[in-house]
Design a protein around this ligand. Sequence first.
Ligand code: CU
Length: 151
Amino acid sequence: MKIIKISFLAKVSISLFVIVSGMVRAEIILKDTRIREMPPGVVTTAAYMTLTNLHEREIELVGISAGFAERVEVHEHLHKDGMMQMRKVESFVVSPGQTIEFKPGGYHLMVFGIKGRPKINESVDITLAFNNGEAITHAFSVYSHHQQHSH
Ligand SMILES: [Cu+2]
């Protein structure tokens, strides 16, 4: 009887450990992950999300990968000489507690060399890797470009 009791406690502590480590993994939160549909023949598009850093220190995005694309970069839009331009962000840092919204006209993930042309309501996985060793793979759902203009 005593042995059964101990193994039960061991199981409880293992589950608690799993729950706690699950919570630690969720300190970078991605929401509203979506990717703009691509017309036939187009292999480049933009993806958006809301990213929150719940860690008590700043984090830096050090790598982005996606099996369905050749390359993914963080871009930002700038107004320069009355023109809208976009450029690659070399160092993307998120302060503790900060939420950054990726949206048309602002930060976006630029996805290059897309294979297989994902369709509306399908989703594709993008993995974000951070300098603390955390890597998050999240599904981005394909939405119609008629819902949102320009990126
Ligand atoms: Cu871009």
